[in-house]
Design a protein around this ligand. Sequence first.
Ligand SMILES: [Zn+2]
Length: 134
Amino acid sequence: MNKPLPLATPTSEPFWEGLRAGEVRLQRCNACDRWIFYPRSNCPGCLSRDLAWSTVSGLGQLHAFTISRTPTAVFFTDEVPQKLAVIELDEGVRLTTTLVGVEESAIEIGMRVEPVFEPTDGGEGVLLRYRPTA
Ligand SMILES: [Zn+2]
């Protein structure tokens, strides 16, 4: 079964392009220096449209998580239990993702995590997952 995939927009395409290149890219506001995620056309802090893309380490810490023992949609039946997580990047923005490469018992709020660039089943895209730092 083909899983639903994110659809890039002109605003978000640099983020997805970064993942395909093995990089995490975030927007930053040139007017107030705020880091921004998710991709937008205007800064959520000062409404400026003067935003620029920067490549960041992608490192951060686990802010929140939950284990879903029933699939969140039929497409994800093969991924149960899903380790759904909110990561706070070192730049201060938060993103929702899935933890991989970690046992449930080893998951701790605040643990350091690093990005995993996971090619989609069809190979046409890359998704951003997270795992504990080595
Ligand atoms: Zn701003």
